[in-house]
Write a protein that binds this ligand. Structure first.
Ligand code: NAD
Ligand code: TDX
Length: 335
């Protein structure tokens, strides 16, 4: 299978590509990534000789058209992904997430007139907005879209484009909306790696507001195993929610990081809360488990977090050069 992976130099995409190269010798991977601040060649260094990395933008119709025409399947990870950046400057989010997804869809539509091209579009649970704290409900495939932020609204727009291209043009696409990922190679702007690397560089960890907000954590390898399952066995046009029953409030995650790094439980600062901060996300992944037989393998969060802390300890050469600039930006925003 000739597989095109957009955003394959980012956190989830790079883990996906590394696993694909190791576990699926029948798959030939091409990565299309514009190597924004969030993309990293180094994340693909140990599979470098087994893949083709094309540096290019997903809004470039000529480049995308040619790569899609040479592929049997496309997994579309590329996006601007950080909510705080979207609040500060939403324009790149509209560009990459909306126009970029449109460009991919048009390329798949045109290529599909002469051969089969399978598309899997990666999205987020944030398109559903948020749930109240203490609400027993969880997001399902039929929860209405209600995005809160410039990030999630552009992801929602992209999802709706994919659904329309399936219905109107018969594009062979599936979609998935996953909860919060953690694991190796996550950019240090995000919550878990930010706190780990704050401790490792002698800074104080930073909690937005009271830390009561709840996220539903999943290890990146479990997200990616679900993506493979959907790509191989999913029903065209379907949306699958991906989650591993990992709900935890931010304060508890902060305290677990501090404990695992031998710091005292109050060794962090409360900082200015995020504007419009979503309260709680929670995924009901029953259809993915029952219909496609998917099971997450890494459901022990404490073990996953311990492994992630060890990975950041051992890979300072990867994240070290990014850290100062990220913290300077946060200081300017008083976060
Ligand atoms: P990331 O920010 O780490 O990586 C994004 C990658 O996309 C980078 O390599 C970047 O260079 C590339 N990219 C951005 N704009 C591009 C463009 N215009 N052209 C080409 N490449 C471009 O993001 P991530 O956390 O790996 O997220 C990947 C996907 O998964 C996104 O679609 C995101 O919405 C979705 N998602 C993420 C999470 C999470 O917790 N991180 C959860 C659910 C869904
Ligand atoms: O320093 C911090 N302190 C803090 O308390 C940061 C960076 C975050 N937070 C809070 C905000 C959130 O409630 O932690 C929680 C997680 O924050 P992020 O890592 O920024 O993730 P989130 O906003 O939940 O979005 C993530 O999951 C869904 C990804 O960034 C998205 O791309 C994905 O779609």
């Amino acid at each position: 299978m000739r597989l095109l992976v957009t955003g394959g130099a980012g956190f989830i995409g790079a883990n996906f590509v590394r696993n694909a190269v190791r576990e699926r010798p029948d798959v030939r991977v091409t990565v299309l990534d514009s190597l924004t601040y969030a993309g990293s060649r180094e994340a693909l260094a140990d599979v470098d000789s087994a893949i083709r990395l094309v540096e290019g933008d997903i809004t470039d119709g000529a480049v995308v058209g040619k790569l899609v025409a040479d592929s049997d399947a496309v997994v579309h990870f590329a996006a601007e992904t950080h909510v705080d950046n979207a609040l500060a400057d939403p324009e790149p989010f509209v560009h990459s997430n909306v126009l970029g997804t449109f460009t991919i869809l048009e390329a798949v539509r045109h290529a599909s007139s002469s051969k089969a091209v399978r598309l899997h579009h990666i999205s987020t649970d944030e398109v559903y907005g948020d749930l109240a704290l203490g609400d027993p409900g969880r997001f399902t495939e039929s929860t209405p879209y209600n995005p809160s932020s410039p990030y999630s609204s552009t992801k929602a727009a992209a999802d709706l484009l994919v659904r329309a291209w399936v219905r109107s043009y018969g594009v062979a696409a599936t979609l998935s909306n996953c909860s919060n990922n953690y694991g190796p190679f996550q950019h240090v702007e995000k919550f878990i790696p930010r706190q780990i690397t704050n401790v490792l560089t002698g800074r104080r960890p930073k909690l937005y507001g009271t830390g009561a907000n709840v996220r539903d954590w999943i290890h990146v390898d479990d997200h990616n195993s679900a993506v493979w399952r959907i790509l191989s066995h999913g029903a065209i046009g379907r949306t699958y929610l991906i989650g591993a029953d990992g709900e935890r409030d931010n304060l508890s995650v902060m305290r677990m990081i501090l404990r695992l790094m031998d710091r005292s439980p109050d060794d962090f600062d409360h900082v200015v809360d995020r504007a419009g901060h979503d309260l709680r996300y929670a995924i009901d992944a029953t259809p993915l488990r029952d219909e496609l037989g998917w099971q997450p393998a890494r459901t022990d969060f404490e073990t996953g977090l311990r492994d992630t802390i060890a990975w950041y300890r051992e890979n300072q050469s990867w994240w070290g050069p990014l850290k100062d600039a990220v913290e300077t930006t946060y200081e300017e925003r008083r976060q």
